[in-house]
Design a protein around this ligand. Sequence first.
Ligand SMILES: [Zn+2]
Ligand SMILES: [Zn+2]
Length: 341
Amino acid sequence: MKAAVINQWKQFDIQEVPEPVLEKDEVLIRIAYTGICKSDISIFLGAHPIAKTPITPGHEFSGYVEKINSDDKVPFAVGDKVAGHITLPCGHCDACIDGHPNCCRNLKVLGTQTAGTFSQYVKLPVSKVYKLPDDADLRKFALAEPLAVAMYATQEVGLRVSETVAIIGGGPIGLCCGLIARNAGASKIVIFEVNPDRAREIRKNFGFEVLDPTKSGAQEEAMAMTDGLGFQRIYETSGSEPGFRMVTELGRVRAHGVIIGITKEPAPLDTWKMMHEEMRLTTIRVHQQYAYGAALELVKSGKLDRELELMITDEFDLDQIQEAFEFCLKDTKHNKVLIKS
Ligand SMILES: [Zn+2]
Ligand SMILES: [Zn+2]
């Protein structure tokens, strides 16, 4: 089969590789679409802390069942449209046993420690594969994975109807957080984004309030939206030091923040304010599988059809993957870029 392989950083080679061999209770999936994620870009650049060459990245995908190797009754058949969950936990470590397989001590993630979906086929355990409706738009279902990050973050931060939300960072994950928070009934949502092209798009296409955090008075303007009280749920998706500072600065009494972005250096937090206002902070690692299931249901519901269509700004064929990644690195206007296998 054809796969996009990184043999040396910053260079994809389209090459023939052996088709995955199915073990018991595994499914072979013919890939339709894969979204390019920030983590794929960091693998491409050689900046990812775990990935090693040679590697085929890719994990935000949808496709068709090609082959099933199981004696059990499974909820899909050959030819069905499917999507799949990306973490492969060991099942026997303490984290797995305690019900936190996303924190597995031997965790493998599709496209990081195993062959990913910038290829023609991928294999997954039966338990990781979800049947989609026959009329599913597979382009949109490739976006269920980043939506699942936002879904899990929203579940973990405990967002309730009518609460106020601040989102730091307006990349695809920040935008997904906005879409999920709005769908969950947040009363006010403000997104902080430094890239003016991105800010304009989010405002125009998705109707969010967007502020540039580097402009003086931006934070005051945001606080005024909450009558100076601060925000109840705060999502940090920028992975930047100023972003982490804002988590505590923007918080209302008893605010709950969730850390999604990753900083390389330990990040500063105003622990004094946190303690005096009983602020809480949660982190998330990838997402739990139930959040992925919930994200798929939301895509199926059609409630985000318009937004998902707008999020997909560019599409490239697998053969053009080098061009696609170079485009992502230089273009400031794109949102989700899809690779068609
Ligand atoms: Zn991703
Ligand atoms: Zn484990």
